[in-house]
Design a protein around this ligand. Structure first.
Ligand code: TXA
Ligand code: MG
Length: 365
């Protein structure tokens, strides 16, 4: 199959919409990452999504919706909120009024209309209203929910540009709708709301935890298994401990590059022995200084530096693109500095870097 990249003109958006109506898959831009979209109520289309991504069936999908659908309409359609208490209803309304459209995914009790394949047999479904204008134009034209996981092959780095989707899925899908680089750059925050109104964070993402807590006026639970190592985590099935991984070994440094101690350096040097090209992801506004500081520690290696802004919102939009460049470049070992601020989007970035490095930590000596 030839994969065509479509510009987001009204005609091409209609072409993508027509393909989706016919049960085909289209990669679409969102403000977080690109999604691999198909009709979320059509089992055949959803089956294709799992196949194209090589994604295990136990990992459920998010349904993407057009903006402006009232909660009452969702209740009679995709959701079954009959067990929701008034407090839960009120919190749900606060969340949707404040954060939709935007990078917040809500996990809620599903109606029987949602195929079990979408929810991996769970009694809940994940819903999100993306803020990207091209995604919205498409959803408004379709008037059906789009199931859309990130448009990468399973376990790999999420794509934040049409080119990155092409690198992941070319030959497997007919169209990629090009909406430019993704503004947020990390996936949506996934929040589960119980019928009693208790929120649980299932995945840190585009909306910071602190922001959600401020609007709800309460603390949000973190599930114990969010850092667990189970291959089939139950409460948050998608949160496999290893994920978002480059194909090269990635080592997450124990602290900021300027804070590394002699013992840290000893370990880094022993782990990078034999690597003539080392890729480094760092956070700095002075890349030359960073390079000057690093080079003496790698006397025998060429360093390939990807530098992100220390401001987490600016860094997040480039994180996956930088990781992808390092992965596609000549370096054979990658080192990543932890984000200097782990609040706001720094929390989601740290989560992704931990998961990306997990298959490789600790590296074999
Ligand atoms: O930003 C995003 O959310 C992107 C864009 C394309 O919208 N999509 C995305 O989809 O990241 P995906 O499939 O890569 O991640 C969906 C996450 C997974 O961690 C999955 O386990 C979780 O949502 N999820 C979906 N349905 C769930 C459910 N019923 N209960 C718990 N977690 C669920
Ligand atoms: Mg994903």
């Amino acid at each position: 199959m030839q994969t065509q990249i479509l510009s987001p003109s009204p005609r091409q958006i209609e072409r993508a919409a027509e393909a989706l109506r016919q049960g085909q898959l289209v990669a679409i831009p969102t403000e977080t990452v690109y999604g691999l979209a198909g009709n979320g109520l059509d089992e055949a289309a959803v089956t294709q999504i799992f196949a194209v991504k090589e994604r295990p069936r136990f990992n459920p999908l998010i349904l993407h919706l057009a903006a402006g659908i009232p909660l009452e309409t969702l209740q009679g359609w995709l959701l079954d909120l009959s067990a929701f208490t008034p407090v839960a209803q009120e919190r749900l309304a606060t969340l949707t009024n404040t954060f939709w459209p935007g990078p917040l995914t809500l996990v809620l009790p599903k109606s029987t209309l949602v195929p079990d394949l979408v929810s991996s047999g769970l009694p809940t479904v994940a819903l999100r209203v993306p803020a990207h204008p091209v995604a919205q134009a498409l959803l408004q034209a379709l008037q059906m929910p789009l199931a859309a996981p990130s448009a990468n092959r399973f376990g790999r780095i999420s794509p934040t540009s049409a080119r990155a989707v092409y690198a992941e899925l070319s030959g497997r899908i007919p169209y990629i709708l090009d909406g430019g680089p993704c503004a947020v750059g990390v996936e949506s925050t996934v929040l589960k709301l119980s019928p009693e109104g208790i929120p649980t964070l299932l995945r840190p993402g585009g909306i910071p935890l602190e922001t959600l807590e401020a609007h709800l006026g309460l603390r949000i639970r973190l599930p114990a298994e969010s850092t667990g190592s189970s291959a089939h985590p139950r409460e948050s099935p998608g949160q496999l401990s290893s994920h978002y991984a480059p194909s090269k070994p990635l080592l997450l440094l124990p602290r900021g590059i300027f804070q590394l101690q002699p013992a840290d350096w000893q370990q880094i040097q022993s782990q990078s022995l034999g690597h003539a090209r080392v890729g480094i992801l760092g956070f700095s506004r002075e890349p030359e200084k960073l390079l000057q500081h690093l080079q003496p520690h790698f006397p025998a290696a060429t360093l390939h530096l990807e530098v992100l802004d220390p401001d987490p919102s600016l860094a997040a939009s480039s994180l996956f693109a930088s990781l992808r460049r390092l992965d596609e470049g000549a370096a054979t070992l990658l080192l990543a500095e932890p984000p200097p601020l782990q609040q706001g989007l720094g929390h989601a970035m740290m989560d992704r870097l931990q998961r990306a490095s997990r298959p490789w930590n600790p590296l074999p000596p």
